[in-house]
Design a protein. Structure first.
Length: 91
């Protein structure tokens, strides 16, 4: 007879934990859905078109000469397999 009231308390406690955890999961799911919508549809929340700037500039002659000197000293190399494959197909 004593086990029945103890079991009722456990069931009530589990019921309380169940609906509280469900409510927390629902809030998390709603936040996840909301942030997914905002990430995937950013154009819905932008007020104006993005402003893109393009610039061109020239490299000073001294720097360009140094770059070419370094490139001539240590030119980039292909991996051995690639150069061997090119050598076989070229001949």
């Amino acid at each position: 007879m004593r086990r029945a009231p103890n079991r009722i308390n456990w069931v009530r406690q589990l019921h309380t934990w169940h609906w509280m955890s469900s409510a927390i999961c629902l809030v998390g799911l709603m936040l996840f859905a909301l942030t997914g919508i905002t990430l995937n549809n950013a154009q819905l929340f932008e007020r104006e078109e993005p402003h893109v700037q393009r610039r061109t500039d020239t490299v000073p002659v001294a720097i360009m000469q140094r770059i070419t000197q370094v490139a001539q000293l240590a030119p980039p190399k292909l991996p051995r397999e690639a150069s061997a494959s090119i050598g076989r197909t070229a001949s």
